[in-house]
Write a protein that binds this ligand. Structure first.
Ligand code: IPE
Ligand code: IPE
Ligand code: MG
Length: 247
């Protein structure tokens, strides 16, 4: 089967049992580029195309929410040229793609500590969130300068501060209240998390939210992830028995 043939939901997938929210750790851009003898950043450029098609595919196949890990709090540790390239790429892509995404009914949202990002990028992110806020075709969440531990500490601090100001009793801190203060408040937990490139770790992604998420690892490098690979991941997902601790 070629990726081109998969414009609509493949017949062997059960529409009723699709994940409603898919999250992806888009890993392997650098290795993909290196394999072609190209600089790492070319892999990031190529990775954007893979993400664009996955977003469209989710929409075409009736998946209501997609979350993508674009930059972790640890990724600042990379060489400055690579970090700078990524920041410019995010901004350029957003400028270039916003109109089309809006037309297609994408509601975009960014999660992470956005303050340290370049101001011009922050402005673009803000504009895109405002502009697409009422769209309903698909919810697209991009994690930039995101770290699961950072997020949990941030919420803890916020709640502690409310307790200190007598706005909250410690007994009122529940899982629900905690979740309502996360960046992802209002977005359901992912049903399926996909990580490419063969690494079997979470790298600080959505630590709270993936408590009961099904995880799928593939050796495919992110720039080569396409509808055929996504179909494979969904087939594997539909084989899973989600027990949530029950029998
Ligand atoms: C993932 O690809 C993209 C980001 C982390 C921004 P990598 O850049 O981590 O690619 P590899 O893992 O080095 O191949
Ligand atoms: C995870 O990939 C972060 C993103 C995909 C944005 P990394 O390449 O940074 O993760 P590690 O370093 O292999 O754990
Ligand atoms: Mg990597």
């Amino acid at each position: 089967m070629t990726a081109k043939l998969l414009q609509t939901l493949p017949a062997d997938l059960d529409r009723q049992r699709l994940p409603r929210h898919v999250a992806v750790i888009m890993d392997g851009n650098g290795r993909w580029a290196k394999r072609q003898g190209l600089p790492r950043v070319i892999g990031h450029r190529q990775g954007v195309d893979a993400l664009k098609d996955l977003l469209r595919c989710c929409k075409d196949w009736g998946i209501e929410s997609l979350t993508a890990y674009a930059f972790s709090t640890e990724n600042w540790g990379r060489p400055a040229e690579e970090v700078d390239f990524l920041m410019v790429l995010f901004e350029r892509m957003l400028r270039q793609e916003l109109e089309q995404m809006h037309l297609e009914g994408v509601k975009i949202r960014f999660v992470g500590d956005l303050d340290p990002l370049p101001k011009s990028l922050q402005a673009e992110m803000h504009r895109s969130m405002v502009e697409t806020a009422d769209n309903r075709a698909i919810q697209f969440t991009v994690a930039i300068n995101y770290g699961g531990r950072h997020e949990i500490v941030k919420v803890s601090r916020q709640l502690a501060d409310m307790v200190r100001h007598n706005q909250l009793n410690p007994e009122e801190i529940t899982e629900k209240l905690f979740a309502d203060h996360l960046y992802t408040a209002g977005v359901r937990d992912p049903d399926l998390l996909i990580r490419t490139s063969g690494e079997m770790r979470l790298s600080n992604f959505l630590l709270w939210q993936i408590a009961y998420t099904e995880i799928y690892f593939t050796d495919i490098l992110w720039p080569e992830f396409n509808r055929v690979e996504f179909h494979r991941a969904l087939m594997a997902y539909q084989e899973r028995d989600r027990r949530f601790g029950k029998i």
